[in-house]
Design a protein around this ligand. Structure first.
Ligand code: HEM
Length: 234
């Protein structure tokens, strides 16, 4: 077995894999959020952004496959670590410790699996057009015959349905809960936990998670309230 496999199989290696893949997924979350916030700039901004992304062609597929591999590694390693923790404690504790355990720590695996289910649902909604298929097929036509996917109207119409917005908000709360603990753990894994900055590091997770939640949640909420309006004729 090569040293890479040995490192991956060790607890320390698994934690490094969790932290590095988590950081890369976090990078995607930030990039995706910045792209999505263009909803506030109107249809032209978000539709040309989506068109440019699709024009990347094979490069977009490389990025998608990369993202899939990273997410797969993150999930598989998390499940392996959880299994290992269980196996290390074959006999249930006679008395459950009364020490307060943070909800985010307890629900890391659970929130992660719900986020995975949410991403599949989200892809079915906006990428594959299975959920609300009539919205996904909307296009924007120009006088010169050019046609492009009307991502703006798809998103606005989608979030006007209360249960769609509600389901996104529930998933975003779980994502924030996951990030709360995940971001702080990354600091610990990479040894960035000097006592002098302990308090600041502890606050970084919740602060970043709140910003991510507010950024993403602002879109369904603004569509629902009509602050991001449907632009009928352009
Ligand atoms: C309100 C929040 C969100 C909005 C409005 C939104 C919007 C979109 C849209 C419009 C697309 C399709 C782009 C296209 O095919 O042209 C998309 C794709 C995607 N979204 Fe989101 N998204 C949101 C939240 C999230 C979150 C929280 C995650 C991850 C946890 C996520 C992960 C993805 C992924 C993985 C794709 C597929 C990217 C690709 O294959 O090109 N999204 N999103």
């Amino acid at each position: 077995m090569s040293w890479v496999c040995r490192l991956y199989r060790s607890s320390l290696g698994a934690k490094y894999v969790m932290a590095s893949t988590g950081l890369l997924l976090f990078g995607f979350l930030i990039a995706h959020l910045l792209g999505n916030l263009q909803m506030f700039a109107g249809p032209d901004a978000v539709n040309s952004y989506a068109e440019k992304l699709r024009a990347l062609g094979p490069l977009l597929w490389v990025a998608r496959i990369g993202l899939l591999v990273i997410a797969g590694l993150h999930i598989a390693t998390a499940l392996r670590l959880a299994q290992r923790n269980d196996a290390a404690r074959p006999v249930a504790y006679a008395k459950v410790a009364q020490r307060a355990v943070k909800p985010a720590t307890k629900t890391m695996v659970l929130s992660g699996l719900v986020i995975l289910a949410y991403v599949v649902y989200h892809l079915a909604h906006f990428t594959w057009g299975v959920v609300q298929a009539d919205h996904a097929s909307l296009t924007e036509k120009f006088a010169d015959g050019h046609e492009r996917h009307d991502v703006y109207s798809m998103v606005v119409l989608g979030f006007r349905t209360w249960w769609v917005s509600a389901s996104y908000l529930v998933a975003l709360v779980l994502l924030a809960l996951h990030l709360c603990h995940g971001v702080t753990s990354v600091f610990q894994t990479f040894g960035l936990n000097h006592a002098k900055y302990a308090c600041a590091i502890k606050m970084t997770g919740p602060a970043i998670a709140t910003l991510i939640f507010l950024g993403y949640a602002s879109i369904p909420v603004a569509c629902w309230l009509g602050l991001i309006p449907l632009v009928e004729a352009r």
